[in-house]
Design a protein around this ligand. Sequence first.
Ligand code: NAI
Length: 334
Amino acid sequence: MRVAVFSTKPYDSRFLSEANHEAGHELTFLEPRLTPDTASLAVGCDAVCAFVNDDLGAPVLERLATAGVRMVALRSAGYNHVDLGAARRLGLAVTRVPGYSPYAVAEHCAGLVLALNRRIHRAYNRVREHNFALNGLLGFDLHGRTVGVVGTGKIGVCFIRIMAGFGCRVLATDPYPAREAIEAGATYVPLETLLAESDVVTLHCPLTPETHHLIDESRIAMMREGVMLINTSRGALVDTAAVIRGLMSGRIGHLGLDVYEEEAALFFEDLSDQVLSDDLFTRLVSFPNVLITGHQAFFTEDALRNIAASTIGSLTAYGRDGSTAGIAPDALVH
Ligand code: NAI
């Protein structure tokens, strides 16, 4: 297959090239994000390989189909950014990487919880300035606290196991309860109960029309005073403006984000010499009790190796006649 790889970073080309060694696909690594303006770079290719902030709305898919592209291979688990109706109409196969490393995301999430609780991000800066005072660094024992996990798929279950290891009481909510979550010690409750009883609330459900702004003003009002809210899933699960109001009022005592509603304009690029025009984001980073990472939860060697292997596997399995029968069922989005 001739494949246009969009949003390529050095680590993408390294791991994809290694995985492609025997498969022998013709990979063209492109630095730009996939947008209506860059879609023409895929002319002459059979497939595009895209990441989380590439634009896969109907106009882009139409341009890709016109350019001769027949397949979209996502290097991500989430596929909320793809207009699946348009893909179906245009006969484009769409694949994703179903579970490349739930540990990578769950462990990063645990890192955010620990860093926020014990103010490690602040302590790091203090010690570098020879400020060894402890005022303002007071944390709490995680042991015995209640952690609420929204979404108990692969990542949620990993995170439950980690928190159970800390001796936390774990509450969970999911329209499809998982045996593994219960075996790991979680108790399923309705979302409202989870929000009312949890000291830490963490989101691990996908972004869908139903979960858009799942955490809004009214849900924040249901949470415990001083709650820790963590989102490593997708930015638009939370209403950022409402969360800022929650931080201002003290209802939200700690906020850990690896994803942000408007991250497409920011994340994965070095913008350190630019003035950011995103008021909500600059506001968020100004809070001492907010810790933001730029969509790096997936970013481990193990995950990148698995992403590359799964992506190349899907490209190889796609039949010359357009058949998707050989593609792993959980990798095939439609
Ligand atoms: P998964 O598909 O294994 O699990 C998602 C779970 O959420 C399912 O059990 C589903 O039933 C549940 N769910 C759906 N709607 C819900 C709702 N309204 N309330 C509660 N639960 C609901 O997905 P996985 O692999 O665990 O990933 C979860 C999410 O993490 C992905 O959708 C993706 O957005 C995000 N992600 C973020 C990464 C990062 O680097 N920050 C990397 C990989 C995934």
